[in-house]
Write a new protein. Sequence first.
Length: 85
Amino acid sequence: LATTWTKPPVTEAQGGQRFSGIISAYTPAKNYGFIKCEETFNLYGKDVFLSSQEIGPFAVGSSVTFRVVENMLGKPQARDLEQGL
């Protein structure tokens, strides 16, 4: 009996508010990284997960703005990255 994987549900967090941060880590071989942002760290107690689908042209050290969605475990994930200031 085969099971079909479905993408876990995500929930828009903080009313679609944009946050500013710095990409602190990204490992291409693992297809993920993290964004350091003091404001989201104060809300979630951890850095924001960054997937390979969201990183776009940015790299470690890039200043970015982003929205946050929460995965089904309530952990923050970055969406809609844009160039930061």
